[in-house]
Design a protein around this ligand. Sequence first.
Ligand code: PEP
Length: 259
Amino acid sequence: MRDKKLIVGNWKMNLNTHEASLYLHKLSDIIDVRRDVEVVLAPTLLTLQSLSLQVDRRQFKLAVQNLYWRDHGAFTGEVSATQLRGVVDYAIIGHSERRHIFHETDKDTRNKIQAAIRNNIRPILCIGETAGERAMGETNDIIHDQLIGGLANATSEDLKDVTIAYEPVWAIGTGDNALPDDVKKAVVAIRSQIKHLYGVNASKEVRVLYGGSVTADSAADYLSIDGVDGLLVGGASLDAYGFGEIVKKAHKGSAVAKK
Ligand code: PEP
């Protein structure tokens, strides 16, 4: 799995159904189907269903930005992994906006990871420290706690479908992206924690992404870091051309674009 780069575009609460459909047309013109990169789009819940009918899954996969961990029941306003089964391939879980704006806890995150896994949806577990925690030198502690908190019920078998996204909170949507050296250190800490929990093979095989103010200009710097398997892109994924440029940076060869 790690021979493939994974590029995820998180649209957050942007693009309506019409805009999302136009975007998909544009992006499918820009990027080619290549085996060395997997491209995943995470639109809003509202547009997921229609995009799932439009999308060519050899070219793009879909992710949900959040889900509820119960399979069904009286949970007004929520959508379950069971309902998303077959519509999405991935689920972003524990995004910092979920943790910090909607007060999601590690327990919520862990329940959601389990719900995704039992419904054949691959979780992308987001972890990362705030500016304050960074200033206190607590980055590795946060990585440790959020990994343990999110993965507590996940078996080694489950872990094969889990991707970890290192997303320092202070770098998300701020333009203040992390230095490649700091990302490298965080990725080492993540893999060493996975080794501690699941063994050496798992630590080598688990996919780890970087996210936080990535642009077409900075993408290559992060993609070249040892141990980084791809990117989680927010703001810069909203423009199909810009996102297409980021995807092209992830290809190993040179002939990547259709036009
Ligand atoms: C994100 O939403 O996960 C993200 C990394 O956003 P941005 O690229 O805008 O910082």
